[in-house]
Design a protein. Sequence first.
Length: 399
Amino acid sequence: MPRTTPLPPGALLSRADWIARGVSTQRLSGPDLTRIFPGVYTPTAQPASLTAMCHRLQTHVLPGCVISHSTAAALHGLPLPWWFDGGIGLLGESTRRTTQGRITPSRLPEASPDARRGEALHQPATSPRAASQPAASQPAAASSFEPTPAWTPPPLHCIVPPGGSHSAGPGVRVHRSHPGQTVSIEGLVVSHPVEVLRQLGTALPLVDLVAVADHLLGEANPVPDMPPVDMREILRREQRHGSPAARNALALARPRVASPGETRLRLLITRAGFPEPTPDIVVPDPDAPGHVRRIDLGYAHLLIGIEYQGEYHRIGRDQWRADERRRDTLASVGWDLRYATAADIARPQRFLSALQRSFLRAGAEAPHASNWAGSAGAELGRSTAPPAHGARLAHPARR
């Protein structure tokens, strides 16, 4: 029988409000609606945005709480690995601007997950060296006869003062502590990005934490013009869980890094025994005076360049042609270019051996191949994989 009561896309309403709109109690408990907070539901097929959920949490469910941890990271657009905390980093990458401001979705378009999984998640569209990508669109409305697709709401992390009893349902992770420095995003009180770095330091491996720190030193930093010394001061003031890991990540971070893939590649190269490559090398374009070509990583004194090949390189024929022209131009002025993908970072023997040959050809010393042969190579690549146990932030023990 066709459904007679439409479900407004993006609505986040109380049980009483849904019933007043003509939604039956049976349908409220079925798959068409998903409970976000006690007594509060949203359409499963076209749910409320993550931004709207955070507003409801902060104003009605736990008034005065501070949005934190991976939820704040998504709102800030900080890069997170695809496996972390239910894949919430994907939502942050899909943030779009509307007439109502910046909106972070709570559900990706149905076509996105497979295409954006893995290495595709590590080349954000905001990268200055990446091709522009279309904004994520809302999923099409489900017809009356189509089954409602399954969906798990993203985790909502927030900080409240220590003590007392605070509960907002199983989907909300309540952290009891001093919130530290905060900023405002679309009317929300959210942990400062450097504070988020510290919070993530309790859960992310170092290589992924460095990717976040690289982002904070880059052009897409959500709080631009903050020098590293100020970031270190915030971490020094807040001597709490995660601070040592965040300080280590900031010490390893470098400016002008365009993607987490480049972060992983840089750290892999140095762990293998090579000198640290310089990010974002600028080369004058011999065919266009006044213009430049850019190389992801490299050694300018040796004319050795290193490129991370993210999924954005495959988005179309025009991008492929532009990449080929760029490679040819750089090769014509003496650059020896090496290329790596996410698979090469996970299994680095081929790439590192090719880089070694480039060093030797340039007359430079290079680390021995035993650094990445056999089990040594597996050890180098291990840090790019999801942890074997646990990919969520730990929920603090209730006092």
